[in-house]
Ligand binder design. Structure first.
Ligand code: HEC
Length: 672
């Protein structure tokens, strides 16, 4: 009863206050009923009732991950070593934001070196990354502007207006201040100087660990349109989203720990579903959606996130009708591309219940008695919960798996990928008397088991026109210092003939943080091909072009990666280690894998030379400054000593530098 009276009071009071500031009272009403009441307005109504400076009631804040206007990924809790995280709400074209932004930038400069993170955040429906980047340029914003393209974060933070400033105490995971930056700017008027620096006072109080004052003023900024949630039908709107985006892993026997096989399951997990959307953990997809056009992108768009949030907010109800999730027939017991022409049993492996599992390797002779061309290969997992990913290569030379992959790559498989088919008109050669080499990565899932997976191969009816080939740039000079939070590395390969590229597959280990692929064309122009802003070792995926990419002779494929060897990287097994190139997960890799075909090569007329291809890869990491020449001074100290004896054999014009062409002319000379 008491609560109801208070509620009624707040209701009447806020309605007056909100109407006075031009806020849509209808929306405010729903906010009051729901949990989503805008905190700024709540505080404003408090503050308006008294002139004394009240202290602010902290609000818990949940983790979230967003890309900024440059496409870089930021996770809120990754910055929990900061003393404070300050976020000002951005909106293109809002005069209050435009007039305040230089003061906000000045504030961020004033606190430089004090371990405080400053961001802006844009949840506007009408803005997108491109238009936000243009606005940032025009108003000299050099701070990252987080782009809340599905509005999920803005809703979670209870935003109503741009220009609001939020101060987060990362240690307590609380919002300790929200309100205006200062009192200098209002609608259609501004003064030269602010007399109250609310956000700065709050920040100082947080740093001094004293009581944090609340602003006794409303936030002035532009209203953000968060459309009201809609009625949804579980059968027509919700279950189809789960079936399309989630069930390939979340089914009985699938890799995910729980199956979306009834309404009760997804209703129970509804708050967790919201959390994985906020943090972009699910569906697993690391690629920047605005760079390149790829097959098999499971990400949810604005509309689908909005529909799911509407349903969750409304109790995640089932309503009248059947349960499409319960009716779904598992797809795991079948072969992805139908019955294979040849099935290979991979040796069984024991899976422990817990702990990390080193890569497992196996070799199996190919007993098929004739040469064939393959157009597809896939895996039927024995224990899909444990089998994380698997590499398969064909070898007819008795070399190791790494060399075999460079020469006879067949498949990288992980649950739910559709990478197994070679592109239209191309194939992979499987000679008789060859062998299959397997590299398997398992993850423990709390229960001992045995994995007995099978490889299914599909033969081409006729000889394919093109040979699908595999390449990888390798950053073999990696040397990541202990505790280093940002370490950049790169490597490249050169297409010395016209080529067509089908798939890009970045690969690093636990310290890998982000990846980019570029093409540098013969005229020097560079094009960003793929960006993976938050690389996750757990998900080994390839990005297959929707339309294969043609590159002219002389194009370099450049791969850059960033590593995080600090304790802030949760996957890091040992921040105190110096990390170098190596096959184990505790070592690192910078592998920019790709599949392609040479435009001048057909299955009748081979032009690929494996030896030269390997030299090409080595030039791509020894030539650190990417000018096409290897010189002693660009090599790390421990490699420099090999240079003289190497150059003596290869440097044919004696200018002290080794070019790709010089080395190609003497392919049998190793670097060391
Ligand atoms: C490619 C496989 C895959 C897809 C697709 C996928 N998930 Fe998952 N999901 C997983 C795995 C694996 C885990 C367990 C992760 C772990 O060990 O923390 C998981 C865990 C979860 C969890 C538990 C919380 C957590 O982080 O562990 C939720 C909730 C979830 N997924 C929701 C979804 C939703 C919703 C979708 C579709 C929009 C989806 N998943 C799509 C594989 C997948």
């Amino acid at each position: 009863m008491v609560i109801n009276i208070i509620k009624l009071f707040i209701f009447i009071f806020s309605t007056i206050v909100l109407s006075a500031c031009g806020i849509d009272t209808d929306k405010a009403l729903t906010d009051l009923d729901g949990s989503n009441i805008a905190a700024s307005d709540r505080n404003n109504s408090n503050a308006a009732s008294s002139n004394s400076v009240a202290s602010f009631d902290p609000q818990p804040v949940n983790n979230f991950t967003l890309l900024d206007h440059h496409g870089r990924s930021h996770e809120l809790f990754y910055y929990d070593d900061a003393k404070a995280i300050v976020v000002m709400i951005h909106g293109n074209g809002c005069p209050v934001v435009r007039n305040s932004v230089s003061d906000y930038m000045a504030l961020s400069k004033k606190y430089r070196g004090k371990n405080i993170r400053f961001f802006m955040l844009n949840s506007n429906l009408q803005d997108n990354r491109e238009s936000i980047a243009a606005e940032a340029d025009a108003w000299n914003v050099s701070l990252p502007i987080l782009v809340d393209d599905t509005q999920i974060v803005g809703r979670e933070l209870g935003l109503t207006r741009t220009a609001e400033v939020l101060i987060i105490d990362p240690r307590k995971r609380e919002i300790v201040y929200r309100g205006p930056l200062h009192d200098r700017v209002s609608y259609e008027k501004q003064t030269d100087k602010a007399s109250n620096h609310y956000a700065e006072l709050a920040l100082d109080a947080l740093l001094a660990k004293t009581s944090i004052p609340a602003a006794n003023e409303h936030v002035k900024g532009c209203l953000i349109n968060f459309p009201k949630f809609v009625d949804t039908s579980y059968q027509k709107d919700i279950a189809p989203i789960f079936l399309e985006h989630c069930v390939r892993c979340h089914q009985k026997g699938g890799i995910a720990p729980w199956a979306m096989n009834s309404h009760a399951m997804v209703q129970g997990f509804a708050p967790m579903i919201k959390e994985v959307l906020l943090t972009r953990r699910m569906p697993p997809y690391d690629g920047d959606p605005l760079v390149g056009h790829w097959q098999d992108n499971p990400s949810l768009n604005y509309q689908k996130v909005f529909t799911l949030l509407s349903w969750i907010d409304n109790g995640a109800l089932k309503g009248e009708g059947g349960d499409p999730l319960a009716e779904y027939q598992s797809s795991l017991s079948e072969w992805q591309f139908g019955e294979p022409d040849l099935i290979i049993d991979i040796p069984a492996f024991d899976i422990p219940a817990t702990g990390t599992i080193e890569y497992r390797y196996a070799e199996i002779l190919n007993t098929h008695d004739e040469d064939v061309w393959l157009t597809a290969a896939t895996i039927k997992p024995g224990d899909a919960s444990a089998l994380h990913h698997l590499n398969v290569a064909i070898s007819d030379t008795g070399n190791n798996i790494a060399e075999a992959i460079a020469d006879g790559y067949l498949l990288v498989w992980s649950p739910g990928t559709n990478l197994g088919k070679t592109p239209e008109g191309s194939g992979v050669f499987l000679p008789k008397d060859s062998k299959f080499m397997f590299e398997m990565h398992y993850t423990a899932y709390g229960k001992e088991s045995v994995d007995q997976s099978k490889l299914g191969l599909y033969f081409s009816k006729k000889r394919p026109e093109k040979i699908m080939r595999f390449g990888e740039t390798a950053g073999a000079l990696l040397e990541i210092p202990p505790f280093r939070r940002v370490y950049d590395a790169h490597s490249y390969m050169l297409f010395d003939r016209d080529a067509t590229i089908y798939m890009l597959g970045p690969h690093a280990h636990y310290r890998g943080k982000s990846f980019k692929y570029f093409y540098r064309y013969p005229d020097g122009r560079e094009e960003l091909a793929l960006s993976v802003p938050s690389y996750d070792f757990n998900w080994q995926r390839g990005y297959s072009y929707l339309i294969p990419k043609k590159v002219p002779a002389g194009t370099m494929i450049i791969v850059t990666a960033q590593y995080d060897n600090s304790r802030f990287n949760e996957a890091n097994p040992d921040p105190s280690a110096t990390v170098r190139w190596g096959a184990q997960s505790e070592d690192e890799m910078l592998t920019g894998a790709f599949t392609f075909s040479w435009d001048d090569e057909t299955s009748q007329h081979k032009t690929h030379d494996g030896n030269r291809w390997v030299i090409n890869k080595k030039v791509g990491y020894l030539d650190v400054n990417m000018d096409g020449k290897i010189v002693a001074s660009e090599l790390p100290a421990d490699r420099r000593k090999y240079f003289d004896s190497f150059a003596a054999q290869v440097d044919s014009n004696g200018d002290g530098a080794v070019t790709y062409q010089e080395w190609q002319a003497k392919p049998s000379v190793p670097f060391f």
